[in-house]
Design a protein around this ligand. Structure first.
Ligand code: COI
Length: 350
């Protein structure tokens, strides 16, 4: 399939790179492709960023049949544009599709679509420290019907946004509220899929945590630690790094996987296993919890400075960024931006 390109006649002014928020500004163009039963995915096109006309009966508005991805493009010191493990996002998009009955995409073609769009808007990739061009591919159900069933038509779209740090704290440690009333996901549910409904279900707990002065919630299923609102979570206990195993209720983060591979390459012990919240608090009480940090595309590496569980607050590493967390941050972002050589073959240049 050939991607039709219609360039904007009114290019927008670029934002101030030093003051970028997260996901508020969008570039000049977007990618769209349609799906119809019997016809498959068709009509891939890049058009000026702008409104799409839809009817109120559109099924996405009613039953939330939608999936999305989060990726970033970085500018290297020599001006090259770099994507980080983008084929992994396309693979995960198809795993999410499968879970919510959306037809699979051609991963290679959709990656070409990402590269073509980013290349067209390459002047929008910021280069200030801590910034990137956030790439948001997503798919929505577009049947015009209220019957509860998988849609027979869809739209796949990609939009781009120059972004700064996800948390206002930047890379400073964040305090997190351990949620024990609401549940994000259970084994057998949709937790591993990047489907919009998972994020809608997380908002009430997130809003209540913010009211209490916390930046995010840590989800637990019963007693088992799962993940933080927008990131996977790691704990360094007694010299060993532990992250909850992928039991179907946790998002298989690409940054999570990269951190595991990075730690293994440094011979730092790292395990994926079940981990109870009690064990985390007990480790903190006995002085064995050395560091904690979250990982995600948007959040990158975000040190956790403290945890509140049932009114008990533990401070981690005195509320400061741990040595290992800082080293991981420097290496992951160094590989992403090209300041550090990529020994893993993770980078795809455009
Ligand atoms: C990402 O990290 O890319 C995500 O999709 C998380 C989202 C809450 C911003």
């Amino acid at each position: 399939m050939e991607i039709r390109i219609e360039k904007t006649k009114n290019p927008k002014a670029k934002p101030d790179e030093e003051n970028l928020a997260f996901g508020k500004i969008f570039t000049d163009h977007m990618f769209i492709m349609d799906y119809e039963e019997g016809k498959g995915w068709h009509d891939p096109r890049i058009v000026p960023f702008g409104p799409i006309e839809v009817l109120p009966s559109l099924s996405i508005f009613h039953y939330g049949q939608a999936v999305f991805e989060g990726m970033k493009a970085y500018k290297s010191p020599t001006g090259k544009i770099r994507l980080f493990r983008p084929e992994q996002n396309m693979k995960r998009l198809n795993r999410s599709n499968e879970r919510v009955c959306i037809p699979p995409i051609d991963e290679e073609f959709c990656l070409t679509a990402v590269k073509t769009l980013v290349d067209l808007d390459r002047d929008w990739v910021p280069k200030a420290e801590g910034t990137a061009l956030y790439i948001r591919p997503f798919i929505i159900a577009t049947d015009l019907v209220l019957k509860l069933k998988p849609s027979s038509s869809y739209k796949f779209m990609i939009i781009l946004s120059p972004v700064g740090a996800y948390y206002p704290q930047g890379i400073n440690p964040v305090d997190i509220y351990v949620e024990n009333q609401y549940v994000r996901a259970v084994p057998g549910g949709t937790g591993y899929a990047k489907t919009s409904a998972n994020y809608a279900a997380s908002m009430k707990a997130q809003a209540e945590a913010e009211e209490k002065g916390y930046v995010q919630v840590l989800w637990v299923n019963g007693e088992y630690v799962q993940e933080v609102g927008s990131m996977n979570v790691f704990f360094k206990i007694d010299g060993e790094v532990v992250t909850p195993e992928l039991d179907g209720s946790i998002l298989p983060g690409i940054t999570r996987d990269s951190v595991i591979k990075l730690l293994q390459s440094w011979d730092v012990p790292v395990v994926e296993r079940k981990l109870t919240i009690d064990e985390v608090f007990e480790a903190a009480r006995s002085g064995r919890l050395e560091e904690a940090f979250g990982t995600g595309t948007a959040a990158v590496i975000s040190p956790v400075g403290g945890l509140d569980w049932n009114g008990h607050f533990i401070k981690i590493n005195d509320g400061k960024t741990g040595e290992l967390s800082a080293k991981i941050y420097e290496n992951i972002t160094g590989i992403q931006t090209g300041e550090i050589e990529d020994p893993f073959g993770w980078i795809v240049e455009i």
